[in-house]
Ligand binder design. Structure first.
Ligand code: ALL
Length: 337
């Protein structure tokens, strides 16, 4: 749907051509069987049906990325209050997998019409999504993609809406690599390793470093969280004092890494990059302590997932995957905002 989803944002205002399908949000679809999860047909709203209820299920509510996502969804619902009702929920922290599974089951028990989910784990959430599908609930996967093989094994198709994380992160890595020399050592802080987007971001950073001849001498998971990132980055800097940059697969981990670099008195010597474009990272980019991040527009990803769910509730077949934009964010692009 978007021919050029990975873009530099310079100047920011000029490139916000978010390719939304502006839906005619009239829920006129009739009839429709509840398929048992085979993936080809979806329940349709009866003309007389009451407003559909859509559940947006996210991960850690402590992560600003998801606060932004929730805000986007809330705004959209407020603008379409006559069309659908929205339930928003998430987990306490990034690792609370069982809570997210429980949330899916709660939504099934409540009989919502659709679930729009950003899974905490790409494999472990598939069974819960299948239970929802078996109950006739429309499921849309946003942000972090469910595992294709596990979906196939369980015999369901779930449409995905989200960015190309590998390409998006590669852009951040390439921007960083312009400041590095071949042979320079760098460290990486990965997200949760059982998430597809975490894996893709690791690969994207690896792509960029490889083509610049830069060596990743240490790579560890900090579980998407600030505190473990701080601990691990501090240990990395102690063990490999020659490290020239810390590649962080999200901004919360970049903030943890920044605190470690500050504590080591090495701001200006060790570059830091992240992913998400949360407010705190923008200030750090502006003051030069963080080099760059990427904006994947979490608020719009949620909205697009909801709009797709509404289309499916009208009986339309979804596309397999929908790739959403990612923008490189640097001090220059923030200045030109
Ligand atoms: C991913 C998102 C964000 C976020 C992370 C933490 O799915 O894309 O980058 O920071 O989840 O859960």
């Amino acid at each position: 749907m978007n021919p050029n989803p990975i873009r530099d944002r310079e100047p920011r205002g000029g490139v916000r051509a978010w390719p939304f399908l502006v839906l005619a949000l009239t829920l006129a679809g009739c009839g429709g069987g509840k398929d048992g999860g085979g993936g080809s047909s979806y329940p349709k709203l009866a003309a007389t049906a009451s407003k559909p209820r859509i559940a947006l299920l996210m991960k850690s509510l402590a992560n600003e990325f998801f606060a932004t996502m929730a805000e986007g969804a809330r705004r959209h619902q407020a603008g379409h209050a006559e069309v659908y009702d929205l339930i928003i929920n998430g987990t306490k922290d990034e690792r609370d997998l069982s809570r997210q599974v429980a949330l899916v089951d709660e939504m099934i028990a409540q009989g919502v019409d659709a679930i729009v989910i950003t899974p905490a784990d790409s494999k472990a959430l598939v069974s819960a999504c299948k239970r929802a599908r078996d109950a006739g609930i429309v499921v849309v996967n946003i942000d972090n993609k469910l595992d294709d093989q596990v979906l196939a094994d369980q015999g369901i198709k779930v449409p995905f809406v989200g960015p190309d994380n590998r390409a998006g992160v590669r852009r951040v890595g390439e921007f960083l690599a312009r400041r590095l020399k071949p042979g320079d050592p760098v460290g990486m802080l990965e997200g949760i390793r059982t998430t597809f987007n975490g894996q893709q971001r690791r690969l994207g950073f690896e792509d960029a470093m490889k083509s610049a001849g830069v060596t990743i001498i240490d790579s560890q998971t900090a579980q998407w969280e600030m505190e473990p990132a701080n601990r691990i980055a501090a240990a990395m800097l102690g063990e490999h004092p020659q490290i020239k940059a810390l590649l962080c697969c999200n901004d919360n981990m970049a903030l943890g890494a920044l605190a470690a670099v500050k504590a080591a008195g090495r701001v200006g010597e060790v570059w830091i990059v992240g992913f998400d474009n949360i407010a705190a990272i923008q200030s750090a980019i502006k003051d030069g302590s963080v080099l760059a991040t990427a904006d994947q527009h979490g608020d719009q990803i949620a909205v697009y997932g909801i709009e797709l769910a509404l289309k499916m509730l009208r009986g339309e077949s979804p596309p397999a995957d929908t790739t959403t934009p990612v923008d490189l964010i640097t001090a220059e692009s923030l200045r030109s905002k």
